[in-house]
Design a protein around this ligand. Sequence first.
Ligand code: HEM
Length: 453
Amino acid sequence: MSITIPAGTRQAATLPLRHVLPRLLRDPVNALAGFGRAAGGEIVRINLGPLRPYLVSHPDHVQRVLRDNWRNYTRDGMFWEPVRRLAGSSIFTEESWDLSRRILQPLFTARHMASLTGALAETIDAGVAALEPHARAGRPVEASAEMAAIVARAVNRVLFGSRISQADAERLSPAYTIAGSSFGPRLLMPFMPYAVPMPGDRAFRQAVNTIDEVMYPLIRRSRAEHGDGGDVISALCRATDEDGKPLSDRRIRDDLVGVYAAASETTAMALTWLWPTLEAHPEVARRMVDEIDEVVGVGPVNATSLPGLRYTKAVLQELLRLYPAGWIFPRRAVADDDLGGVRIKAGAQVLLSPFVTHRLEEFWDRPEVFDPERFTAEPGERRHRWSYIPFGGGSRQCLGVHLYYIEAPLIVAAILSRFRTSVVSTGPYTPVPAAATHPRPSVRLTLSIRERI
Ligand code: HEM
């Protein structure tokens, strides 16, 4: 279907419910990309019955929402309710964003992250080594679970230093996976009252209970120790609010839960998409393995490996273009706004989605094709800055960008320097909406240990 936008109109075209609903029910993430593509990047309204959000995908419009007029577009409204139910008042909620950002930002700068590279490389190598028994037994592994387990080690290192026990870490990671994947139905039907039970609700509540059972004792211990470490929990325990008072346990818990959620599922899911993508592009896989062999050699990965992993980084950037784990970020307009000639009324819901923007033909040559070469060239003026938004942008840009580009290349290099991988599940893989998009069917891998000379 192609949509004609009448010239000079101040109203966005509305996609009718009978068109939208069957597509959203069948394949929601691709459906959204289809709506954006059919509109050629113009703003369209999606009729979801009780709710008619605007889909904003043109890079100019994205720039206005995320940067130029960002205070007008808040993270409020029903789309954010599941996040609030998980992370309470955290960096992801309006009333607490300023304070949380002020406390957390210094902990995720390029410089601070670089100082953790050695420790992260060690942690990651140990996580990847734990895959060896599966390889020796010839047992296929579930890529998403294994990626989540390795990423969790890295995230735990950054958040808790060496404070968290193995047993607690092993409870936390699956609880987050369940919490993140069980609110998919609520994301698709945000207008459903919470009094009406939906699939996933009970699993979500149980997962949040498990998370709390681990987090609160950790916070109490950390407070008692007066830690001066650069880990996030110590910094939150030392921090004070606008009145100079220490943060409450609940407030610390909320930010820890929010950051853990933002850091773990996204990275794990991005890395899960890597395996079927490499399987479909053996020439990319070969070039990456060559680079890793040259840089890491017989290993293990360490802090000095990172600068040489340039092609690997380009592959990861292109992966986030085609499969941006943070696939949707909703906003609510505070006041009326003019977005590229379209009137956005105060209170309206606005949806931004890198999955949609990254697939617009107007800004990407052959957008459906996986091609890391897009990111190997010197950074130039060729691309619209706001056409590539896997980490959002502006004042609320993802805090984890530097961490991601340390841990993800190290994880990939650690895996490919130890193992040959082969995907044994069969595609095609469809992106499933959840806190982070994941592939369905699930990706299964076999690993064989590489001979080291
Ligand atoms: C593949 C990896 C990741 C992706 C695709 C991703 C994506 C995003 C996106 C799109 C946003 C903006 C949301 C919005 O504007 O509403 C965001 C925000 C955020 N991300 Fe990430 N993220 C990733 C990894 C991480 C990591 C490793 C951390 C660890 C610290 C992290 C922490 C955060 C935080 C704290 C915010 C909120 C920032 C703010 O509101 O000021 N993310 N992320």
